[in-house]
Design a protein around this ligand. Sequence first.
Ligand code: SF4
Ligand code: SF4
Length: 90
Amino acid sequence: MMKGTDQKIKILLDDKACRGCQLCVDVCPVEVFTFDKARNTASVTKEDNCIGCLSCYYICPPTCIDLQGVSYSKNFYCDSEGMKIASRLI
Ligand code: SF4
Ligand code: SF4
């Protein structure tokens, strides 16, 4: 994953490694991916929609999705310090 501020986000999906689980399709909040049933792989069809949330990057079981132009961020949901801060809001 690359750092970047003004850089356009680029999503790299290794379709040879894709297992066809569709988790990326389901998790993406802005419908960047579509699923090709015939090929049993996900495809990036609306890259410009991407908001860089990194959900697809973290959820893909074979880690075949990578992103360029997104600043690295910790996985908030697994970060104990982040969870402590968030718990104050509940
Ligand atoms: S980083 Fe977030 S918004 Fe971008 S493609 Fe992945 S899930 Fe969708
Ligand atoms: S999460 Fe990964 S393995 Fe599953 S469909 Fe998407 S790219 Fe393929």
